[in-house]
Design a protein. Structure first.
Length: 114
């Protein structure tokens, strides 16, 4: 699961949290036609199950998934690289921060016409 989530968090719980956040930002009279969700490659979730839960919970068919690769940024030279290239392939430093790959968020949504 996403870092910070307990092991018992299911796709249904994640979908409910994502949809609650989305609904809180929409006017009450807007009917969703679809949305895009960004899922980092480090997020340990069954993507197909999450998409099913999102479709069921939102009542929409168009759920697009954007997979986000994991990238580290070297704290010494600033180079960005995938985790499998650690330590930094530019300067050899092991000091790095995660810049992407742990996200789980709805990145855009669109309304049904009419």
């Amino acid at each position: 699961m996403k870092p910070g989530y307990p092991e018992a968090v299911t796709p249904a719980v994640l979908a409910a949290e994502l949809l609650a956040g989305l609904r809180a930002q929409l006017p009450p009279d807007v009917k969703l036609a679809g949305f895009e969700v960004a899922i980092g490659e480090l997020v340990d979730v069954d993507v197909a199950s999450l998409v099913r839960e999102l479709r069921a919970g939102a009542g929409v068919v168009d759920v697009q998934v954007k997979r986000v690769p994991a990238l580290y940024r070297c704290l010494d030279c600033g180079a960005e690289y995938p985790p499998e290239e650690s330590p930094c392939p530019v300067c050899g430093s092991a000091r790095a921060e995660l810049v992407s790959g742990d996200e789980l968020t709805i990145t855009r949504a669109w309304a049904a016409p009419g």
